[in-house]
Design a protein around this ligand. Structure first.
Ligand code: SF4
Length: 339
């Protein structure tokens, strides 16, 4: 039985990698059976940093949507859509921005971090308002829960603050969304740093099995284990971190063989490439099918947007009513004055 409604999204900044899969997508696939679920490709969010390269955003939207379905999101069970196809997100963002104090946004850690990382001298209004758009994404569906990792809790807390402020001023319209907290494994990149497209150290869901095998062969290992018979330190080795996720049941043996100098890195990587390719085979197969029928992803996104819009537009009718915004005709979308 459904526990309520959830919403989550990912920015189309590039094709998705295993870090995205293990850190979020795998969990979404599980949650689609437990909740009425809405998953969106948040293209407006991507514009906060990629506004000069909208063509790239456009291309990535499709690839990310394909990754969603290839990873196991089932359009029969959940709505998969693109944020900008449901304009109600933008309207609610505007209205929430009227009640959100600027200092709340200035203190969000990622606001400063993004400016520093990307060396932004003068941050845009859109970047500052990012968390308000995020609040609108969630509240427009009256989501009861949001799947988040521990690092995203401050963002959700801000959504909850905005929600409480709105409800306090205009009446209880929105449920306060809870965190659907899950401890997800954090996969390192091929070089041991955080897996990231910008570090060029990722394995992508769209990689072929040959590419995956090649990437695994090139992975960093314990630098102190130079020869096969040298004792290794699996706890410092990125290959072992992958084994802990994909070779469950074998990790104790791998760790003890590595420590005892009975397992060489070449063989260890060979085993990982095999298990990884077996684990990703269904994802790759679904990806192949989606790419062979390009109109299918269009239909999935159109259907998802329609389902999302039905909920979002009904929320906006209520929001406009309690805020006293617009003429009566706005209650039917403001499209026809006499409906
Ligand atoms: S044997 Fe495996 S776990 Fe040990 S250092 Fe080599 S790759 Fe890492």
């Amino acid at each position: 039985m459904s526990k309520g409604r959830i919403l989550s999204g990912m920015k189309p900044t590039g094709v998705l990698h295993l870090g995205n899969y293990e850190g979020a997508l795998r969990n979404w696939v599980r949650l689609q059976d437990e909740y009425e679920a809405y998953f969106c490709v948040v293209d407006w969010h991507a514009l906060t940093t990629l506004f000069e390269d909208t063509q790239q955003v456009r291309e990535n939207i499709r690839q990310v949507a394909i990754d969603f379905v290839a990873a196991g999101l089932d359009p029969e069970k959940c709505a998969i859509f693109v944020q900008s196809d449901v304009k109600e997100h933008a309207e609610l963002h505007l209205l929430l921005s009227m009640i959100t104090p600027v200092p709340w946004l200035e203190r969000v850690p990622t606001y400063k971090e993004t400016q520093e990382q990307l060396r932004i001298e003068s941050a845009s209004y859109g970047l500052l308002g990012y968390p308000v758009l995020q609040a609108a994404d969630i509240l427009v569906y009256k989501a009861n829960a949001v799947p988040v990792g521990r690092d995203q809790l401050p963002h959700l807390e801000l959504t909850r603050e905005i929600c409480r402020r709105f409800n306090h001023i205009y009446g209880d319209i929105f449920p306060e969304p809870e965190a659907a907290l899950t401890e997800c494994p954090v996969l390192p990149g091929l070089d041991g740093r955080k897996m990231s497209k910008s570090y060029d150290n990722a394995i992508y869901l769209s990689d072929s099995s040959e590419t995956i095998t090649k990437k695994v062969r090139g992975m960093f290992t314990d630098p102190l284990k130079l020869y096969k018979n040298d004792p290794g330190h699996p706890e410092t080795c990125p290959v072992f971190a992958f084994h802990q996720v994909y070779s469950k049941g074998e990790t104790k043996q791998i760790a003890s063989d590595c420590r005892a100098g009975m397992l060489g890195c070449v063989a260890c990587k060979g085993r990982l490439a095999e298990t990884l390719n077996a684990a990703l085979a269904p994802v790759q197969e679904r990806r192949r099918q989606l790419e062979a029928d390009p109109s299918r992803i269009d239909r999935i996104l159109a259907d998802g947007a329609e389902r999302a819009r039905a909920v979002a537009s009904s929320t906006m009718v209520e929001v406009r009513r309690v805020m006293g915004i617009g003429s009566t005709s706005m209650e039917c979308g403001g499209l026809t004055p006499l409906c």
